[in-house]
Design a protein around this ligand. Structure first.
Ligand SMILES: [Zn+2]
Length: 433
């Protein structure tokens, strides 16, 4: 995140030692050796701890919906071409937020994001900066003290998606930047937030710019804001000043814990005994009607509620008359090019008349493929490794980038989630189809 700097601060040398190489600060601003709570971090999903109970510290999901999703905010914009500018920054003419947390500004880091998830960064990351007004009274007071609870910063990943239309909020930033004449001009912009604001991680860190004070309670949302290719290209034109490459490198965890709110399902990792090597509950029959059924129980089907873009797959009774029409049971297998592997996609029409990416079976993390829920997510090239499956030996295998097939889908019983298990190939020829 970024603090507001006095305009007299002029770059005379670069500060490579604490993470940036091209930004307008002198050496020695950050003291990582003194501050263990540094940001950004690499969010390692296998180490993320599920939150117990609601987010009483900030209530970030509600806060975002209530305070960051207005149709417009009156802001002033910094002069991104000036020597001291570090990021495009939108300062609210009146602080937004609630009685507890007030927010003076938001700004963005391109390209890349500051935080990473399992080592991967997105195109950008925007930070809405808020401070504890109840305790500190003003933003200035908050940033001058070092207790650890001064700020609450909300991080939103920004990602290019070739399938989406221009993001309206990002369009408002582009218009503000391209129409810039003076830092005192007031313009209207929106804050770009993802659709799902209930799922996010929380950890204790610091400012990602000098002087890196360890005073931030970070909230980083799991779902990214999607921007069009044209918008990405437009942002990349902001190459004067220091607008591109203004992301600090990830910092050591130093024993800190990352907590997730809204991740109950995806981080679920049961320790059931999985030494069943006969594979009976891992063999399936794919019928012409599109249903996928366990060989040992032909009454069960893989089903999912069709109106969610990221829904869990469940084992349901295929013939249950009381079943809601919304339960989808029909699947098709779409091969990836000429390969034997491909996507398992929902074949049912969702009733919308516009085109959008198909929904495909997906897992959360290939690096820990056992005991993972299979859920539906929009088919995307970048998710290939998480969405690739192979039908072989009567089983549905996950296919990793390295070609390994050690995990497959398992039948857990009707009413249970569809999960992946460690798998062994059956004896040659047996059950092949
Ligand atoms: Zn920032």
């Amino acid at each position: 995140m970024k603090l507001v700097f006095a305009s007299s601060l002029v770059a005379t040398s670069y500060a490579a030692s604490w993470g940036y190489e091209t930004q307008p600060w002198q050496m020695g601003y950050c003291k990582p050796t003194e501050y263990a709570r540094q940001s950004p971090i690499d969010i390692v999903t296998k180490d993320v701890v599920q939150a117990v109970g609601p987010d009483t510290l900030i209530g970030a999901g509600d806060f975002t919906r209530q305070h960051l999703q207005e149709h417009h905010y009156d802001v002033t914009v910094n002069d991104v071409d000036s020597a001291g500018a570090h990021s495009i920054t939108f300062s609210f003419t009146q602080e937004i937020g609630n009685e507890k947390f007030a927010c003076p500004q938001f700004h963005c880091h391109f390209a890349d994001s500051e935080h990473a998830i399992d080592g991967k960064k997105t195109f950008g990351e925007c930070h809405t900066v808020c401070y504890d007004k109840e305790i500190y009274g003003s933003f200035g007071n908050a940033t001058r003290s070092i207790n650890g609870d001064e700020l609450a910063v909300f991080g939103f990943f920004v990602e290019e998606d070739a399938h989406v239309a221009d993001n309206a909020a990002v369009d408002s930033w582009i218009a503000a930047k391209n129409g810039f004449t003076s830092t005192s001009d007031v313009v209207e912009v929106q804050i770009a937030t993802p659709n799902n604001t209930d799922k996010y991680i929380r950890y204790l860190g610091g400012l990602t710019t000098p002087s890196c004070n360890p005073i931030v309670q970070w909230t980083v949302f799991a779902e990214s804001v999607k921007i069009s290719t044209a918008q990405k290209l437009e942002i990349l034109k902001w190459s004067s000043g220091h607008m591109i490459g203004n992301n600090r490198e990830v910092q050591p965890m130093n024993g800190r814990v990352v907590t997730c709110y809204g991740c109950e399902d995806e981080f679920e990792n049961d320790d059931e005994d999985d030494e069943d090597q006969d594979c009976e509950n891992k063999k399936f029959i794919i019928r012409e009607d599109g249903t996928i059924r366990p060989g040992m129980n032909l009454d069960a089907c893989v089903g999912v509620s069709t109106n969610q873009n990221r829904a869990k797959l469940m084992w349901v009774n295929c013939d249950n008359n009381e079943m809601n029409d919304d339960i989808n049971l029909e699947w098709s297998f779409e091969k990836h090019g000429n390969h034997s592997f491909g996507y398992v996609i929902r074949s049912m029409d969702d009733g919308h008349d516009h085109e959008h990416p198909a929904l495909a079976w997906s897992i959360r993390s290939p690096s820990r493929a056992a005991n993972q829920m299979v859920f539906l997510k929009e088919q995307a090239a970048g998710l290939m490794e998480k969405q690739m499956f192979v039908f072989e030996h009567g089983m549905i295998w996950l296919r990793h980038k390295n070609g390994e097939q050690n995990y497959c889908v398992s039948f857990e019983g009707e009413g249970k989630k569809v999960k992946t298990r460690k798998c062994w190939k059956p004896l040659a020829g047996e059950f092949d189809f």
